[in-house]
Design a protein around this ligand. Structure first.
Ligand code: ADP
Ligand code: MG
Length: 351
């Protein structure tokens, strides 16, 4: 419930700032809609006439449900990921359509470039921690020790020939695309918006912690986007504001506050260092990444969270991406390209 409130708050902020910027009488107020897909809140703010906006918003929800049920869910029995997971240990080969082929290409490239800090093969480790159950808990040490060497993106065999692409697993692993799913959702929203370029001037679509900023507002002013405060319980909802001019822009945040439990005063969160099987301990509490692709921004936010600031910088530049890091001392560090467009707002943080 707390999470829903938080996303609702971010949505409200985007909506309010959008309305303020469209104060002139001859400019249409943005259309806003809130729904639920991919296990999270989806907010749409669209500048277009009402009929077009409603249609775009409906199409986005339909596409996100398709993405979840037919591709990414590890619960829906017929989804692509479930079908691949069923081949685990039996050598089966699953054919990929063009969309799925792209997901795998980008995902495996990111796993490789991040040195395995982002690794979509760690589903069984996530299961051991119970982060998707109602009762997350410390894993059984023997089971974790046994699982670690068996997991690894290198066991995901992606083959792409001229006519078809396929994937097979050479270890008994379970794929988990949770770290890129919402970002892929934003890529899908972008595909929905593209044909409406002439009708819809601009839009902000958020799928949980991933956001797409598309097109321009009618008055061409920059988009004000709030970045979540990783310790919002201390006061402010927003860490700060991004003033975005370069579009399309995809923004994703990963933090230790999304899913976690505490035991004996220690916080155990859901972003796992694949090398240890334990919640990553890189000294960060949140990372926000901006770049020109949703899957990459989402995957990078998870990877950078695991890598820590120093090791993230070269990876971010490989993707021409920018980031906002918050460390355990509440020190906020931004990459060069954000220095002029990010304003820290929340109290208790330092630059
Ligand atoms: P959220 O899903 O809260 O937006 P992330 O995008 O960072 O946050 O994704 C975290 C999810 O990704 C976890 O719940 C888990 O399913 C999966 N995951 C955790 N650690 C890793 C990792 N190192 N590499 C790939 N996936 C991970
Ligand atoms: Mg992510």
């Amino acid at each position: 419930m707390k999470k829903i409130m938080k996303y609702a708050a971010i949505f409200l902020f985007i909506t309010v700032s959008a309305q303020l910027c469209s104060g002139c009488a001859d400019r249409p107020a943005p259309y806003s809609d809130t729904g639920y897909a991919m296990g999270t809140i989806v907010n749409s703010t669209i500048y277009a006439n009402k009929n077009v906006s409603e249609k775009i918003s409906e199409d986005i929800m339909e596409e996100l449900n398709d993405l979840e049920n037919n591709y990414l869910s590890w619960r829906a029995g017929d989804s692509l990921i479930s079908r691949i997971n069923k081949t685990s240990g039996n050598g089966g080969i699953v054919t990929l359509d063009d969309r799925a082929s792209l997901f795998f290409r980008k995902t495996l490239e990111l796993a490789e470039k991040s040195g395995g800090a982002f690794d979509p093969s760690i589903g069984k480790i996530i299961d051991l921690w119970g982060f998707y159950d109602n009762d997350p808990h410390l894993p059984d040490q023997t089971q974790l020790k046994d699982l670690l060497p068996k997991c690894g993106y290198k066991y995901i065999n992606y083959k792409d020939s001229k006519n078809s692409a396929s994937v097979s697993l050479s270890s008994d692993i379970k794929l988990d695309f949770g770290a890129v799913g919402k970002g892929i959702g934003c890529d899908i929203a972008y595909d929905v918006l593209k044909p409406y370029r002439s009708g819809a001037f601009g839009a902000v679509i958020s799928v949980g912690g991933s956001i797409l900023i598309y097109g321009n507002k009618p008055d061409n002013s920059p988009w004000d986007i709030a970045v979540a405060n990783p310790r919002s319980s201390d006061g402010d909802d927003y860490l700060g504001m991004l003033n975005i001019k370069d579009i399309p822009c995809f923004i994703s945040t990963s933090g230790d506050y999304e899913k976690y439990f505490e035991k004996d005063g220690v916080r155990y969160h859901h972003i796992i260092d694949p090398k240890t099987g334990y919640p990553s301990d890189s000294g960060l509490i949140s990372v926000t990444v901006l770049c020109d692709n949703g899957l990459i921004s989402d995957g990078l936010s998870t990877a950078c969270f695991v890598l820590g600031i120093k090791r993230s910088v070269p990876l971010l530049s490989e993707y021409n991406a920018e980031a906002i890091f918050v460390d355990t001392d509440k020190k906020v560090t931004v990459t060069e390209g954000l220095k002029d467009i990010f304003t820290l707002k929340a109290s208790g943080y330092k630059k």
